[in-house]
Design a protein around this ligand. Structure first.
Ligand code: ZN
Length: 364
């Protein structure tokens, strides 16, 4: 073969090789706008909302491909993103999704259940018993509230409204932008959304043996919610933590904070090498978990001290000082600082106060 002929063959063969090799070898790709699909190795994949501080904020969905079936942990707030994950699963394996685990009841981890029920009618939906109770109490009304709120601002240019108040009230402008992003993503989905509730409930743990792999679905104590489940893969030393761990800023809405500290310590004792948080970057060491544990500790201590000094709930925010922690988490970044105030500090002080057993005035 002449060298020029070989060169031509190489040139024509190369794209074919690239196309054949890349899809299976690529570690990160986009299968739905705004999210990244990442292979963690060993048949484990995560589908992650790329910017955890931008709307619509969504939970990470983890896919575990076993020898004969597939487990999915959390299903996204946006069913369209769940459908993209399902299409990707089908491109990877012929195995059916048999088990869907909801780590807790918030709809950014459960709304996509419906897509799995449609695609895999035999699949079972697993959750802690307290998560099922919370879903029974709050899920339908949460989605009704969303429908009504989006209906009320349909067609309105919220970005322009946010621009108009940006200079005077940047936090409110950011809240408006987040809301607009949720509306745009969810309004088309809500009319056909069916709430598919977990039907396989546990109190302590469930263990599944799948060939070489053991999958432990476990409740390690109250934390971000009453019924947080973690999924622990002891052979791979991988942990799917749900919102017990959220990066880069934790969420603390109505959280039993005092219990959370102990729960996180038990989670740390598992000795995971890879931790998939409920939101945000996959962690490959314990540093971030330790940072969150220290934050929870500091929050509870400062609220307890304030209460002991006679500070009432109404003056709590002015009395506590978490600026050293704030610096650690935000690094001075404006988007992180907004998330710190809105997702951690404000709800977290109330959660810590309540969790310590102090009464909140009726008006709050
Ligand atoms: Zn979440």
């Amino acid at each position: 073969m002449t060298s020029s002929r070989r060169a031509i063959m190489l040139r024509t063969a190369l794209p074919v090789v690239v196309v054949l090799l890349l899809p299976s070898q690529r570690a990160v790709e986009v299968i739905y706008p705004g999210y990244t699909w990442q292979a963690l190795g060993g048949g484990i994949y995560v589908h992650m909302w790329d910017d955890p501080l931008a709307g619509p904020i969504d939970g990470t969905s983890t896919v575990i491909v076993n020898d004969e079936d597939v487990f999915v942990v959390d299903t996204h707030i946006n069913p369209a993103a769940a459908r993209a994950v399902i299409a990707k699963i089908r491109a990877i394996t012929d195995n059916p999704v048999t088990h869907v685990i909801n780590t807790h009841w918030h709809d950014d981890h459960t709304n996509g259940n419906h897509a799995y029920r449609q695609a895999f009618p035999e699949a079972r939906f697993i959750a802690h018993r307290a998560t099922r109770s919370s879903l029974d109490e709050g899920w339908a009304s949460m989605e009704d509230q969303r429908r009504r709120a989006y209906e009320a601002v349909r067609g309105r240019d919220l970005a322009t409204a946010a621009d108009a108040i940006e200079a005077n009230d940047p936090d409110r402008a950011m809240t408006l932008r987040l809301f607009a992003a949720y509306r745009d993503a969810l309004e088309p989905e809500l009319p056909t959304l069916e709430l598919v509730y977990p039907d396989l409930l546990f109190d302590d743990r469930m263990v599944f043996e799948r060939g070489e792999r053991t999958i432990v679905v476990q409740w390690m104590g109250r934390g971000n919610t009453d019924g947080d489940a973690v999924v622990w893969l002891p052979d791979d030393r991988r942990l799917i933590a749900g919102d017990l761990l959220v990066a880069p800023i934790p969420y603390a809405f109505d959280s039993p904070m005092v219990d959370w500290v102990g729960t996180l310590a038990r989670v740390a004792d598992l000795g995971a090498e890879i931790i998939v948080p409920g939101h945000g970057a996959v962690q490959r060491d314990m540093r971030y978990l330790a940072q969150v544990a220290s934050l929870l500790d500091a929050t509870i201590a400062t609220v307890r001290d304030a209460h002991a000094a006679g500070v009432g709930y109404d003056h709590l925010a002015a009395a506590v000082d978490l600026t050293a922690q704030e610096r650690r988490f935000t690094g001075g970044d404006a988007a992180r600082a907004y998330a710190w105030r809105s997702f951690y500090l404000e709800p977290g002080l109330k959660s810590a106060w309540t969790s310590l057993g102090y009464p909140v005035p009726q008006t709050q």
